[in-house]
Design a protein around this ligand. Structure first.
Ligand code: C5P
Length: 397
């Protein structure tokens, strides 16, 4: 039970994703939390007050008055603009505790410039956005805007308020606003995909979540960010220039081009780049009975993007990642040697099996002073801690 003695107020707004909140409430209760539900008038058209009353075991409030307020759905726009025209938006304004918003909307609505303006405003106001996700939507379309699944929301809340969080109610992250103002950052994220033939290839389990969280934190800190991403299913964080690539060679070319284009203050290589690629790529699918065999593939080594940037004259401040297998003790032994081999001032280690695809992570920082293990936390929190540390380094460089 990781959320014992925690009490959450869950605000439900008018959208089809309201049904997912039922599951979230059950999972939070399984972890020992108590829940107070507040609904907007329009959300009661999707899931009834009675449902949430039964799930939470408490009366569900819609309005500060006896007669429910006649208002539209509380949404990011109203919270971003500080409008308090129903109970839920009033609570959002009159609070001392951290506010998290899990947006849920159709992809056109999410991409609309007005929505993006409001989202930027919320981030500026230190309101934490959880999601949205990418995928199929209730309207039949596919794209950004899906509400995060209950288990992802639960993981985020456990990371924020569970046993490992040091200052649970203050959201245990440093204030990074403005710490990278005027800085240019280049970040790689996600896996690469090396084709074997038109239908096959080799890749790895990297989801891109850590790299995207770092890009988001850097932008929140005021940096101009270029994010070079391998194939992932993630929404581009607001205000970030994203370049999509598939192979390691394409990522290498994109990094070189980005460095020619602009002087960068910092390069963070988070991508899980394939070390090898097939020396030739079949024009057609290699068939089982064609005589050619997948066991006869010849491999050539991909360029090491991070090492090549770190070894250039007058390099940006370079941060590498090392996803390893095994124990934290082994990681601690391995990091200093790898940091020296890559010639980077800061190397961040993590255990591949426990980070790839997850919303939480445990990282070990390795610099000239040795190694430091940070407690398990959400990737978004760890990203903010890392960005804070990098900003301190850039100031002293
Ligand atoms: O040597 P290893 O693959 O463990 O190093 C990982 C670090 O190096 C990561 O920061 C990764 O982004 C980077 N890397 C790279 N190009 C490669 C291989 C790894 O930039 N070809």
């Amino acid at each position: 039970m990781k959320l014992q003695h925690r009490h959450f107020v869950i605000g439900i707004t008018g959208g089809i994703a309201a049904y997912k909140t039922c599951e979230l409430i059950r999972r939070l209760q399984d972890e020992g939390a108590t829940i107070q539900v507040v609904m907007t008038e329009s959300s009661t058209r999707f899931v009834s007050q009675l449902t949430f009353q039964a799930l939470s075991g408490r009366p569900v409030y819609c309005s500060a008055w006896e007669t429910p307020a006649q208002s539209g759905p509380a949404n990011v726009a109203r919270i971003a603009n500080g409008q308090a025209n129903d109970l839920l938006t009033t609570l959002c304004l009159a609070r001392e505790v951290p506010l998290f918003i899990a947006p849920a909307m159709n992809r056109q609505m999410w991409q609309n410039a007005a929505t993006q303006r409001n989202i930027a405003q919320l981030r500026h106001d230190s309101i934490r956005l959880l999601g949205p996700d990418t995928g199929s939507q209730a309207c039949g379309e596919i794209g950004d805007g899906r509400m995060l699944e209950p288990q992802s929301l639960l993981a985020e809340l456990i990371a924020q308020f569970g046993p490992h969080s040091e200052h649970p109610l203050a959201a245990n992250t440093p204030n990074i606003r403005g710490v990278l103002q005027g800085k240019q950052l280049l970040i790689t994220a996600g896996p690469t995909f090396e084709p074997i033939d038109p239908v096959r290839g080799i890749t790895n389990r990297s989801s891109g979540k850590m790299g995207f969280a770092i890009a988001q934190a850097a932008a929140d800190a005021g940096a101009a960010v270029t994010l070079i991403s391998g194939p992932v299913h993630l929404t581009t964080p607001t205000g970030i220039h994203r370049v999509n690539v598939t192979t390691a060679q394409e990522m290498y070319d994109a990094v070189k081009a980005a460095l020619l284009d602009l002087r960068r203050d910092c390069f963070i290589a988070v991508a899980a780049v394939a070390d090898w690629r097939p020396s030739t790529v079949g024009d057609t699918k290699i068939k089982k009975d064609s005589g050619a065999s997948l066991t006869e593939i010849n491999w050539i080594e991909n360029p090491d993007i991070l090492a090549s940037v770190a070894q250039q004259p007058n390099p940006p401040y370079c941060v590498g990642f090392a996803a390893e297998s095994g124990s934290l003790n082994e990681l601690e032994k391995l990091l200093p040697e790898k940091r020296a081999r890559k010639s980077v001032p800061l190397l961040v280690g993590n255990i591949g099996e426990t980070t790839f695809g997850e919303d939480t992570n445990q990282i070990m920082l390795c610099d000239e002073n040795g190694t430091e293990l940070l407690p398990t936390d959400s990737k978004s929190n760890l990203a903010r801690i890392l960005i804070f540390r990098i900003a301190q380094r850039l100031r002293h460089d």
